[in-house]
Design a protein around this ligand. Structure first.
Ligand code: HEM
Length: 503
């Protein structure tokens, strides 16, 4: 896609920079378990993957209901026998807080499970965003281990998967985790093991790593999978499922780790893309090779100049080499300008990728000139998104006359937005991310009032309001000809000057 595209930009960042959101920190090392530590025998990766499956498993291909829609967050769903255990609540409380106006809770659950699979040995997965969060629990529909093979085949068929898909998806999921004694006391014993305090009988010997040991151990007869060799044969559902085609699928997985990995990449992607009818997923979101980020514009108090700074991210840059990066930008007055960007480091992004960051110098632009478009020259090569460049919006920006009342609370302040005089909004407002009573992200708006501009012939008009609340970061919104627009990159109010001393 072509940057900027607010929802795709946000999804791309969340999907491809799991270090930044903190997701990766919750699954590194892969046996990390937030609510109790790795000596529990449990892991966040297993909880996140199982939660995604249980969210999807309510899908009904015939009536189009259920699917990946974060309905698993509702206590009523979690209380069902088919959703036994606290893994769902653990997952939901770690993950759904990352949902935003652009990233639904269902997209967050999807990315969480994908990041878990990929960063713990699994294949890289194709991600589409745009799932829509359920407003109420779905009908029940998750398979349970005591059910017979026919009911499992029909449950998977209802979810949109064949018998062969079922064997694959169960094997792909059960390469992680195991069965807990507390949840299934009749299927697995208490272990009395200080390194496995929650008595989890694991599905394979490498239970926090994606690999085909789930299949090799099953085929070689060494498996300890509690749903294959469990003492209670009624709950040996993996045994019935794996053997349902005469072991052909499991044999093919045992024979080839690559075949297992490719099959799982396909099945997991289909699982994540199983959504209620009518939901339109985005294109597959791949990382942008070059992506501007954190662009900041601040109008000077006299209204004559704009301070501009920002960063540019380079995806998988050449190793051990600092690139020479120049930014070219168009303005409304002088034509094209340029500046050299400053390398500010390379960091890993997940376990497979690296990102290099380059900073712009702090530039002072004439207000009348502003900035409309930019391009980059990287080691002599022009990078301009196939000729269109990187379109920049400088029409709704912060004014440096914004300030906070430090003597009361950092979150009370006088916030001022500068609106380029070519725009004629009917409303200008601050936007604060919040949640509704069923946890869905919403935007709370604080209206500003138009005030006198700072200069006699202003390029920007000011809008202002005093806001007292507990929030700490805002984006800028406006309504123009009845249409709402927003400018991204929330601005933390901590960055503003103190109102004391400002007129
Ligand atoms: C007939 C289908 C399935 C049955 C009957 C089944 C059954 C179970 C059972 C009984 C557990 C133990 C849960 C606990 O102790 O809390 C479990 C765990 C798990 N299942 Fe499944 N499962 C099925 C399909 C799947 C699929 C398709 C996936 C993913 C693609 C999956 C992923 C997981 C994971 C990751 C765990 C480990 C959870 C943990 O260790 O915390 N399962 N499953």
């Amino acid at each position: 896609y072509i940057w900027p595209e607010p929802q795709l930009d946000a999804l791309e960042l969340f999907r491809w920079e799991p270090d930044k959101s903190g997701l990766l920190g919750l699954i590194q090392p892969c046996n990390f378990f937030l609510p109790g530590g790795s000596s529990t025998g449990r892991s966040d990766v297993s909880d996140w993957i199982r939660t995604a499956y249980h969210d999807m498993a309510t899908h009904n291909v015939t009536d189009g209901t259920g699917g990946m829609d974060a309905s698993i967050r509702f206590a009523e769903e979690q209380a069902r026998p088919e959703d036994v255990g606290d893994g769902f609540q653990n997952t939901v409380s770690s993950l759904i807080k990352h949902a935003t106006r652009y990233i639904s809770m269902a997209d967050v659950l999807t990315v969480g499970a994908m990041v878990a699979i990929e960063n713990c040995g699994g294949p890289e997965l194709a991600f589409r965003g745009g799932r829509i969060d359920a407003v109420a629990p779905n009908k029940p529909g998750v398979p349970e281990p005591q059910q017979d093979l026919d009911s499992h085949i029909s449950a998977f068929a209802r979810q949109g998967f064949t018998k062969t898909d079922m064997i694959g998806l169960v094997a792909c999921g059960h390469t992680f985790g195991g069965v807990q004694h507390a949840a299934f006391p009749d299927s697995v014993p208490e272990l009395n093991d200080p390194n496995n305090t929650q008595s989890v009988s694991h599905f394979d010997s490498t239970f926090v790593t994606f690999d085909n040991n789930i299949a090799t151990e099953y085929i070689s007869g060494t498996t300890k999978n509690p749903l294959v060799v469990g003492l209670n044969d009624t709950t040996n559902s993996d045994k019935r499922i794996f053997a349902s085609d005469g072991n052909a699928t499991m044999q093919s997985f045992a024979k080839s780790a690559d075949h297992f990995s490719l099959t799982c990449a396909d099945l997991f992607a289909r699982m994540f893309n199983t959504v209620p009818r009518g939901v339109q997923l985005t294109e597959v979101i791949t990382p942008l090779p070059i992506k501007p980020d954190n662009l900041k514009f601040d109008l000077a108090i006299d209204g004559k100049t704009i301070d501009f700074s920002g960063q540019v991210r380079f995806w998988d840059p050449p190793a051990n080499k600092t690139q020479k990066v120049r930014m070219l930008w168009d303005d409304r007055v002088n034509g094209t300008n340029n500046a050299t960007l400053i390398s500010s480091g390379v960091s890993p992004s997940g376990v497979r990728h690296t990102v290099a960051w380059y900073d712009t110098p702090l530039l002072t632009l004439q207000s009348s000139a502003g900035i409309t478009n930019m391009r980059f020259v990287v080691d002599g090569k022009l990078e301009d998104q196939g000729g269109v460049g990187f379109a920049i919006q400088d029409d709704l920006i912060w004014s440096k006359s914004s300030c906070v009342y430090t003597n009361t609370s950092i979150t009370s302040g006088r916030f001022e937005i500068a609106v380029r005089n070519t725009l004629n909004p009917t409303r200008v407002f601050l936007e604060q991310a919040s949640k509704d009573n069923i946890s869905r992200p919403i935007i709370v708006e604080f209206d500003l009032a138009r005030v006198s501009p700072p200069a006699a012939k202003p390029v920007y008009n000011l809008w202002s309001a005093i806001v007292n609340n507990t929030f700490t970061a805002f984006t800028i919104g406006a309504e123009i000809d009845g249409v709402k627009v927003t400018r991204n990159d929330p601005r933390s109010v901590e960055g503003f000057a103190s109102c004391t001393g400002l007129s």
